[in-house]
Design a protein around this ligand. Structure first.
Ligand SMILES: [Zn+2]
Length: 466
């Protein structure tokens, strides 16, 4: 394979076919069903599916077949089956649903407003990971141009990832014959430690979503007349939270949510920190003098990749400060996002959380717990020597640097499912979500030059498939 020709071909394909399409894609507010319960009525998902299918029809390699599955009441599934010229079965994964808007976008930017600045494409969902379908097709087409053999490749694009992939198990069953047993899974939905090399993700945390509602009164009353005698719903919620989390350290107190970190992952983290140094701290937009939870960078990275942590991501029952009367409010609802270690058992973790929050509730307040379907984490199986070599070779060729691996603190529910279902499969989990790219937050961007190099690396790895 001629790497300069591959590079040129993929660069042009990105400029001419991918970036213009991503610009159209970013304009469509195709929020995942969790954030847009009326998504079917709104029709954004249909618009995205239509855009993806039309593009794929136009650009797919000769002989490949598009299949669309759409079961009633479920988000769709898009499959592109590219017949192989040698043995093997590769599954390439991505998703076309998006996170909600979030506040805090810079004045000249916005979630549904594509803007290119300093070779970065800003807008929601371009990097996470709207580019995956298009980059996957690009990587295979570039191989075909040079008549390089490749295994059968199935590109699988789902539309419910940001809601925890609730529709995927159904489609995995429905499409079991088409999917077969993948030997290699390539996922483009993950992160990068910097923009200087090819990164692989070796672990993902699991995720438990929970709505916790604490009710103390049938209706709100004057806080002057009631506070003190009537316990505050917020104080009760706070004390329940303290059963889960040490509020001084952020440590999660429940055994079932903690696991032993494998030694080889600690070593991997030390290597990562030796490459990135203080970038592992500086990648976050700290306010003023704010400091991380630890000064030990290895421990800090492990805390966000291998340890549990809870975030309060939403609240109901509380007016904004501008509308806040002096009222003892009847209830407080908190939305909890609990990240759990890659090897924790999500079911047991949910059970333990339920038990902890339901016992001896202060003042017999009414507490309602609504758990979302928990997502398992994932710890990569050991990679075969050919794959490690192929990854390093690709990174050296297109980045001029050795590849590096890391744990990710986020979740990709499908990887957990695949790891369980196909224990013999190898994984290349990578992505363009590097420092400041801010998927899920404001000012999300796709680093275009990095995405081009990453696509070249994927071609190279597929070409070296054994
Ligand atoms: Zn994603």
């Amino acid at each position: 394979m001629k790497s300069d020709i591959l590079n040129k071909s993929i660069t042009e394909f990105w400029d001419n076919k991918i970036v213009p399409t991503l610009i159209e894609y970013i304009k469509i507010p195709n929020k995942s069903p969790s954030f847009d319960p009326d998504w079917e009525k709104h029709g954004h998902m249909d618009r995205v599916l239509d855009l993806a299918v039309k593009w794929t029809e136009k650009n797919k390699p000769d002989g490949s077949v598009i299949t669309i599955k759409k079961s009633p009441g479920r988000t769709p599934l898009l499959l592109l089956d590219i017949p192989g010229t040698k043995d093997g079965n590769i599954l390439m994964y991505g998703h076309l649903d998006k996170q909600p808007e979030m506040e805090g976008w810079n004045e000249d930017l916005g979630p549904w407003k594509p803007v290119i600045k300093d070779e970065k494409l800003y807008g929601r969902g371009g990097a996470d990971d709207g580019y995956a379908l298009f980059a996957s097709v690009a990587s295979v087409k570039a191989l075909k141009e040079q008549n390089i053999d490749h295994p059968r490749i199935l590109v699988l694009i789902e539309f419910s990832e940001e809601s925890g992939s609730p529709d995927l198990p159904h489609y995995m069953d429905l499409c079991a014959d088409i999917i077969g047993a993948p030997n290699l899974v390539i996922c483009l939905d993950s992160g990068a430690g910097d923009y200087k090399r090819f990164w692989t993700t070796t672990s993902l945390r699991g995720l438990i979503g929970l709505k916790m509602k604490v009710e103390v009164l049938k209706e709100g009353v004057h806080s002057g007349g009631a506070s003190g005698h009537v316990p505050s719903s917020f104080r009760i919620a706070r004390s329940l939270l303290s059963r889960l989390e040490d509020e001084k350290t952020g440590e999660i107190l429940i055994d079932e949510l903690n696991t032993e970190i494998p030694d080889y992952r600690i070593e991997e983290t030390k290597n990562l920190v030796s490459i990135l140094n203080n970038e592992v701290v500086e990648e976050f937009p700290w306010k003023d003098n704010m400091k991380p939870s630890t000064n030990d960078n290895v421990e800090g990275v492990l805390r966000r990749t291998w340890k549990p942590a809870v975030s309060i991501v939403g609240v109901d029952g509380m007016p904004s400060t501008a509308n806040a009367g002096n009222v003892l409010r009847p209830y407080t609802t908190l939305q909890l996002s609990m990240r759990i270690p890659p090897t924790a058992n999500a079911k047991k973790a949910v059970h333990a959380m339920k038990k902890t929050l339901n016992e001896n509730i202060p003042y017999d307040a009414t507490v309602e717990l609504q758990f979302e379907k928990a997502g398992e984490g994932w710890n990569a199986p050991e990679s075969k020597p050919w794959l490690l070599e192929a990854i390093d070779k690709a990174s050296k060729e297109y980045f001029g640097q050795m590849a590096c691996s890391m744990g990710e603190g986020g979740s990709i529910p499908f990887m957990g499912m695949l790891g369980k279902q196909f224990p013999q499969a190898q994984f290349v989990i990578t992505g363009v979500l590097g420092p400041q790219s801010n998927a899920h937050g404001p000012n999300e961007f796709l680093h275009i030059p990095f995405a081009k190099r990453l696509t070249c690396c994927i071609s190279s790895i597929i070409a070296d498939y054994k």
